[in-house]
Write a protein that binds this ligand. Structure first.
Ligand code: NDP
Length: 254
């Protein structure tokens, strides 16, 4: 169901691991050209090699562009977006995926941590999306997607800052969709449930996190990053408006 994306160009944030990497691979298998961004250059180069390999000669070195960047440095967004457009002659889809979590009791969290979470999970998404939407307006259309979370829909314990950042992203994308109804811009909000990536283990940084993490591990029913990446590729290809990707069943709101 995603073959018609062949030859399209997708700009991915957080492409160096997890859901971003797996979505890149699912797209590459179908000949989609890619811009891979994240902070770790070596990991991006590794993902690039894998993308070319799984594409089975559909993609060459030139069809996968690696751009290392810290997405919280907003001053890099326009420069890197324009660089990608110059390289490929166009970008068709922005896939906002970079993000991280933090597990802690609400009353123990420092406001500085809340701000860091918002910088990465919300403000970087808004800023890059605005640049993309302005570009898409100038070329007659496009598609912006964001990886939110089930935590952007419900409240998850020990996850207050993260939940807030994802609820905010939901609000922005819903408003963007409402503003653009009838115009040629597709808006997708993707809400994965717990998924096997580095993400959760990295967020278990304190006692509560470790305790909670053990509980998660012992009853683990998370879906794989590969499965989530495949579903994200399907969502992009079909311009699905909102999807909950939880514990394998995929619920679409179209
Ligand atoms: P990973 O930790 O595997 O991937 C996170 C990605 O974000 C990495 O590529 C990382 O690359 C990148 N990233 C982190 N910080 C920055 C930064 N400052 N600048 C640029 N890139 C950055 O986790 P997932 O794949 O699980 O997470 C991807 C998205 O999925 C996130 O938005 C997360 O909130 C969401 N999600 C995940 C769920 C899960 O259970 N795994 C559930 C629901 C939503 P690098 O370190 O190289 O910069």
């Amino acid at each position: 169901p995603i073959g018609h994306l062949r030859g399209k160009v997708v700009f991915i944030t957080g492409a160096s691991s997890g859901i971003g990497e797996c979505t890149a691979l699912a797209l590459a298998k179908n000949g989609v050209k890619l811009i891979l961004t994240a902070r770790r250059r070596e990991e991006l180069e590794r993902v690039k090699r894998k993308c070319i390999e799984v594409s089975q000669n559909q993609l060459t070195q030139n069809d996968v562009l690696v751009i290392p960047m810290d997405v919280t440095d907003l001053s890099l967004h326009r420069k890197n977006w324009d660089y990608a457009v110059r390289h490929f002659g166009k970008v068709d889809i922005l896939f906002n995926n970079a993000g991280r979590s933090q597990r802690a009791l609400f009353e123990t969290i420092d406001i500085a941590v809340d701000r860091q979470m918002f910088d990465l999970n919300t403000f970087s998404v808004i800023n890059l999306t605005r640049i993309a939407v302005n570009y898409f307006n100038s070329v007659g259309g496009g598609h912006v997607a964001v990886v939110s979370s089930l935590a952007g829909v419900i409240g998850v314990p020990f996850s207050s800052s993260y939940d807030a950042t994802k609820h905010a992203v939901h609000g922005y994308f819903n408003a963007l969709r409402a503003e653009k109804i009838g115009r040629n811009l597709a808006v997708s909000i993707i809400c994965p449930g717990p998924t096997f990536t580095n993400f959760l283990s990295e967020s278990f940084t304190n006692t509560i996190g470790q305790k909670y993490g053990k509980n998660v591990q012992s009853t683990d029913k998370r879906m794989t990053g590969e499965r989530c990446g495949q579903l994200c590729a399907v969502i992009l290809a079909n311009k699905i408006r909102e999807s909950w990707v939880a514990l394998s069943p995929l619920i679409f709101f179209t």
